[in-house]
Ligand binder design. Sequence first.
Ligand SMILES: C[S@@+](CC[C@H](N)C(=O)[O-])C[C@H]1O[C@@H](n2cnc3c(N)ncnc32)[C@H](O)[C@@H]1O
Length: 210
Amino acid sequence: MALVLYVENSLPALSKLHNSSAQFHFANHDLHLAQDWKKLGVAAVVWDAAVVMCMYLELGKVELKEKVAIELGAGTGLVGIVAALLGDITFSTFQGAKVTITDRQPALDFLSANVKANLPWDRQGSVVVSELTWADIVYLEDTFVPLLQTLEHLCSDTTVVLLACKIRYERDTNFLSMLKQQFKTEEVFYEKQRDIHIYKAWKLAVRRDL
Ligand SMILES: C[S@@+](CC[C@H](N)C(=O)[O-])C[C@H]1O[C@@H](n2cnc3c(N)ncnc32)[C@H](O)[C@@H]1O
């Protein structure tokens, strides 16, 4: 345990977390995400990983049209919103939600409000906000196993997993090593300014001869 005293808003990297909103332009839309660090902490601010994931999705290297997506640990929902906008749900045969945006229960009202405020009315039906808690605890290495089990459960042989993260601590590389035991994993994007890596992963083929 350590007690660290700091002056709120004194560091640029931290001050943006205390702003009541964050603005972006992705998928030809101006997006205004409400933030509330004091009320909900990490779940109610836009992190660099989400911003870089949106930059990657905009490159068009992952086909989103007519695809179904689920976002885990969505926070403000920026990535799911951009995925829904890029996915273009106007094709006629598709029924039901295209993007499911998930987080822990306490974050859901805030998340839903952001999703509603940032999607045009004719796209609202393409997104569902839903609770998905993969562990009762947060930010401990203990969550790695339940998170990987959740990915394993959600993925078919054709599912692509995209992961955006900083690599700061040994535990971050530990998670990647654990991921690589179940999923073929490759780094597909790196944004130097924010120091965020994007990894693409898909299930390792099951050995039919075993
Ligand atoms: C650092 S925030 C990132 C939010 C968002 N993805 C972004 O990059 O802006 C981590 C998010 O994961 C969610 N989270 C953490 N542990 C979780 C768990 N065990 N189950 C479900 N969600 C969890 C938190 O509520 C939070 O919204």
